[in-house]
Design a protein around this ligand. Sequence first.
Ligand code: ADP
Ligand code: MG
Length: 240
Amino acid sequence: MVELRGVHKSFGSVEVLRGVDLTVTRGEVVVIIGPSGGGKSTLLRCVNLLEPVTSGRVLLESEDLTRPGADLNRVRRRIGMVFQQFNLFPHLSAIDNLTLAPRKLLKVPRAQARERALTLLKRVGLADKAGAYPRQLSGGQQQRVAIARALMMDPHVMLFDEVTSALDPELVSEVLDVMRDLASSGMTMLCVTHEMGFARELGDRLVFIDGGVITEQGRPADVLDRPTHERTRQFLHKVL
Ligand code: ADP
Ligand code: MG
């Protein structure tokens, strides 16, 4: 579904990703953990080429996104991304946040876009908030709107970058519930998170990134309970 082959990424003279190989199969939930500054966000941004890679290849459903002339806009529609900061359009209601991209980019008729948006808002438990503006919603609600918005484009892969990190603790579970529902529906997911309970429960694989390389990966229970590298042990000791 997603394949990174020897991906390097530098910002100026600073090499942030130093040769990442990662293959994600259809329906797999891969959880990415690791110390701050290790390159987790950069890795996700390279998957949908929000950041162009310095070298290496990125493939989505066997299509090489890094080849010259790749139609990135078309390909990016197959990848949904949700960030730590909710990034909703503040001047648009929840439902208009959802319908904007399909209407503008895909020319979906208004009524059809709204019908789909209502279905998705219902799926994330916000059917009654369609007309609410972001400032009228809690952080957890805003993040659920952001997830629903990403789903509007029918993505084949969803990328989550610390989507619960900015939330008050009591709002974390409502967002994780939505991610659990997505995972069980068979969505392919790459999730950067500090929620080790989530990683253990829903992750098919846990990947530890440190200093721009994958230093350890495996079944979540194995990595969490029996890390083989000292760096992983130190990190887990701090977060668990
Ligand atoms: P993580 O998400 O694991 O905390 P990041 O991928 O955000 O790590 O960052 C990895 C490193 O890359 C950090 O040292 C960060 O300062 C640097 N970095 C990230 N984005 C940029 C950028 N646009 N320009 C320069 N340096 C960047
Ligand atoms: Mg990050």
